[in-house]
Design a protein around this ligand. Structure first.
Ligand code: NAD
Length: 282
């Protein structure tokens, strides 16, 4: 993969959660290419293993480990494997996250006629689905950081990157739990940055704009592959007029991981969004 620039991460151990997915698999590839020993954690071990094998085949170091970021025990088991195989974690990318259809309204604006119908509206939304999305984004980042930042705090060095979203700045229609959750991720990033400021640990977040991945493809393209009305709206709201490519997140990632370039930067949420967050629509 072509990196925007190289950062020397030789001998650093990097843990990437959600590493079997579209965006975080690229993060894992980039880290390995910069010399880090990378642990790809994912609920879907096959997906993580496929990426890890590809990284190893290219001559870099990577292992895949199954982990459920919603369960501390599972993370602690994964940490044992990482510690034994690679060593204590220096870099943590909290990438596991996403939305869920159970916490998605069918309509953008409330329609009284939807009451009593089959479609998900605000009033019949499954509260367990709502809580699941909050947990998947916020609690997962909390638990994963608890488990993997402990050695960082003891050793006095660490670099943590959370993945926020555009909906953290202003909520997106239809996805109230995901919007609240990513606002929580941004806020938690700032909290961690302050809490660990004296411990040699920097904590920042990347807020991707719109990238087509497994979890949003169905919202963005119909069964025939044609752009949905939501896609048209997104592209109208993105001054650069296109979706991002996952490798366009790597510059932000590598900047935060470069201790020389960003030594005094912690608690920042950096949008990588083609101008979406800056655009008022007029
Ligand atoms: P993706 O669906 O391609 O990947 C997500 C990965 O997380 C999957 O491999 C999945 O198996 C894994 N996962 C799910 N639950 C898990 C759990 N409990 N424990 C461990 N792993 C788990 O999604 P993506 O778009 O690459 O998303 C990566 C991150 O970027 C997410 O936090 C997402 O919310 C965020 N994000 C994505 C976009 C976008 O446009 N795609 C925009 C903003 C933010």
């Amino acid at each position: 993969m072509n990196l925007p620039f190289q950062v020397d991460l030789t001998d650093k151990v990097a843990v990437v959660t959600g590493a079997g997915g579209v965006l975080c698999s690229d993060f894992a590839r980039a880290l390995a290419q910069c010399g880090a020993k990378v642990a790809l954690l994912d609920l879907n071990l096959d997906a993580a293993e496929t990426v890890a094998q590809e990284i190893r085949a290219a001559g870099y170091q990577a292992i895949a480990v199954r982990a459920n970021c919603l369960e501390k025990e599972s993370l602690e088991e994964a940490k044992k494997v990482v510690d034994f195989t690679l060593g204590p974690c220096d870099i943590l990318i909290n990438g596991a996250g996403g939305n869920n259809p159970r916490a998605t309204t069918a309509d953008e604006y409330f329609d009284p006629e939807s009451l009593g119908g089959e479609k998900t509206n605000f009033f019949n939304m499954d509260d367990k689905g709502f809580k699941f999305v909050l947990d998947l984004n916020v609690t997962a980042a909390f638990l994963t950081t608890q488990v993997f930042a402990l050695d960082m705090a003891k050793l006095g060095y660490g670099n943590i990157i959370n993945i926020s979203s555009m909906n953290a700045f202003r909520p997106l229609t239809k996805i109230p739990a995901y919007s609240a959750a990513k606002a929580g991720v941004s806020n938690f990033t700032q909290w961690l940055a302050v809490h660990f400021a004296g411990s040699g640990i920097r904590v920042n977040a990347i807020a991707p704009g719109f990238f087509v991945t497994n979890q949003n493809r169905a919202l963005l393209y119909d069964d025939e592959g044609k752009p949905t009305a939501r896609t048209e709206k997104i592209l109208r709201g993105t001054p650069m007029g296109r979706f991002g490519e996952s490798d366009e997140l790597l510059g932000a990632l590598l900047f935060f991981l470069n201790d020389k370039a960003s030594s005094f930067i912690s608690g920042v949420v950096l949008p990588v969004d083609g101008g979406f967050a800056a655009y008022s629509g007029v």
